[in-house]
Design a protein around this ligand. Structure first.
Ligand code: F6P
Length: 548
């Protein structure tokens, strides 16, 4: 069954939120903390190894309560069930959205078109496990009978961002296999990776749900050619595997049926790392770590599906996000992990969040008259502090930020971890407090600066604070905790899409560029000339003149 279609802005709950917004928008969080000793307790949650503190947000308990009413009005509870039950909630593509099934236990029963999909999921998982063990243990060998040393995963978008982010995040758990990701069709990127490789000991995974993405197929063909300079066609069977839902095109490319790891059309590309798309994760970290990642995802699924809205992490985070996006009119959201290992986390979330909720039409086909989507950006702390934090502290824009940190480091170095996490907490405190004119005055007087100078400097050194942050403090970065964290954001996306009344699981916007690029390529390669706007025409002509 379809999801309900309710324009959220036409509900009484939205009206109530608007009235509530007018009454709290100018309040300073500092005052709320001063007035309410329990604020940090009331507006936070401990769940398993996650402590989520949302008290440093410009919300009160009433804000969340009003959002709960909104969520009930738009049928969120029912929507969550349809999502997990495999209803075709991706209506425009007539598909279920079942990445959650990929991490469900073997005993679960989840139906798509009356077929229980769990047995096929576990069949593929068994194949991933056996393949992983054979490669990691060196039983599976290359064409000169040497064990594999390098894995190259070729894919783009959802067929790259998830696996590469996870392998980077969990590199502490890595085995001896070197992993490389070829994604961009930029030949310089491809050749730089190939230069490091020995074809005799390299295994290639071509990851493409459609097996027709121009970048991936171009890169796969280049890599195949490079491989065939030293090996024979027959060796392709030993060195190339594919992850795809299009077995016909995979076979045409020259890969054996045996070497295909299937995926299904009810798994969206940007949510596919839990499927065989994550084969490189399993190879790099070992199957048990891959399983632990999935188990973490499953635990968050259970939390999300069963907890009431007032005790539900993804639901609360999505309320807060909508609050800033639609009421405070915040333009962007920052993600700041205090872990260098999560360097690619915000780039990963950019696709998950922006490709999903970057929509302007509601589920009833009418244009949305309100802002949807979030612009996501970020970088690890403390580096980010020395780069763009100035703007968050003193710029004119309101930028809500998620701070993600870990209580325990991986290598056990307390000196570093204490400094890293002190910085994390200090930033959220500074963003909350800001610096008053009196504090600046006191500081400058102590430095014995003359009155004129103090008067001149005070406005520049004063800052308002009241900048919202949410802190997600996790015990340690492990496969399981990362699985929970990723699933947490996936469900946040879902809730926001339900409330905004949009379809989160199609991506028609990216298709137009793909169509036009084919036409332009033909013009560049041949003497064909098509009609373009004057700017594009000139760019093509100049490129053709300059290229040699
Ligand atoms: O960029 C659009 C997109 O369709 C993404 O949604 C997807 O993750 C990516 O291209 C790659 O698609 P495929 O796995 O079919 O190669």
């Amino acid at each position: 069954m379809a999801l309900q279609s309710v324009d959220p802005t036409k509900t009484k709950a939205w009206e109530a939120l608007k009235t509530h917004f007018d009454s709290v928008k100018d309040a300073h969080m500092k005052d709320w903390f001063a007035q309410d000793n329990d604020r940090a307790k009331t507006l936070s949650m401990q769940w398993e190894d996650f402590y989520v503190d949302y008290s440093k947000n410009r919300i009160t308990a009433q804000t969340l309560h009003l959002f709960e009413i909104l969520a009930e009005t738009v049928g969120l509870k029912d929507a969550i069930e349809r999502y997990f039950e495999g209803d075709r909630i991706n209506e425009t593509e007539e598909r279920a959205v079942l990445h959650t099934a990929l991490r469900a236990p073997k005993s679960a029963k989840i139906y798509v078109d009356n077929n229980d999909v769990v047995p096929q999921i576990y069949k593929v998982r068994a194949k991933i496990e056996a393949f992983t063990n054979a490669v990691v243990d060196g039983e599976k060998k290359g064409f000169t009978n040497k064990a594999f040393t390098d894995i190259v995963s070729i894919g783009i978008g959802g067929s790259n961002l998830g696996p590469s982010m996870v392998v980077e995040a969990l590199k502490y758990y890595k085995n001896h296999l070197n992993t490389h990701y070829i994604h961009n069709v930029d030949g310089d990127h491809v050749f730089e990776i190939l230069e490091q490789l020995n074809p005799e000991t390299t295994l290639f995974i071509i990851v493409s749900k459609s097996f027709s993405t121009q970048e991936t197929i171009t890169n796969a063909n280049t890599v195949k050619q490079w491989f065939l300079e030293q090996a024979s066609e027959a060796d392709i069977a030993t060195h190339f595997v594919a992850v795809s839902s299009n077995s016909e095109l995979v076979k045409k490319f020259g890969i054996d049926q045996e070497n295909i790891f299937p995926m299904w059309n009810w798994v969206g590309g940007r949510f596919s790392l839990w499927s065989a798309v994550g084969l490189s994760i399993s190879l790099a970290l070992g199957y048990s770590n891959y399983e632990a990642l999935l188990h973490g995802g499953y635990k968050m699924d259970k939390h999300f599906r069963t907890r009431s809205f007032d005790a539900n992490i993804p639901v609360i985070l999505s309320f807060i996000s909508i609050w800033y996006n639609n009421f405070f009119k915040a333009e962007t959201e920052a993600i700041i992990p205090y872990s260098q290992h999560l360097n690619s986390f915000s780039a990963y979330l950019q696709q998950a969040i922006m490709e999903s909720n970057g929509k302007q039409v509601m589920r009833n086909g009418k244009a949305a008259s309100f802002q949807t989507g979030n612009i996501i950006w970020g970088a690890p702390g403390t580096n980010a502090q020395h780069a763009f934090f100035q703007l968050i502290h003193q710029g004119t824009k309101l930028i809500p930020a998620d701070f993600i940190g870990f209580a325990n480091s991986l290598y056990g170095n307390k000196v570093h971890q204490n400094k890293l996490m002190s910085s994390c907490f200090a930033q959220t405190e500074a963003l909350l407090k800001g610096k008053t004119g009196d504090e600046v005055l006191f500081e400058l007087e102590r430095l014995k600066i003359n009155d004129d100078k103090i008067g001149q400097l005070t406005p520049f050194k004063t800052f308002e604070g009241n900048k919202p942050t949410t802190t997600i403090l996790i015990d340690q970065l492990t496969p399981e905790s990362l699985g929970k964290l990723i699933a947490m954001y996936e469900h946040k996306i879902f809730v926001q899409g339900v409330i905004w009344n949009i379809f989160s699981y199609d991506q028609f916007g990216v298709e137009l560029g793909k169509q036009l690029e084919g036409r332009i390529l033909k013009e560049i390669q041949t003497s064909e000339i098509n009609k373009h706007d004057a700017s594009t025409r000139k760019l093509i002509d100049i490129f053709k003149n300059l290229t040699h």
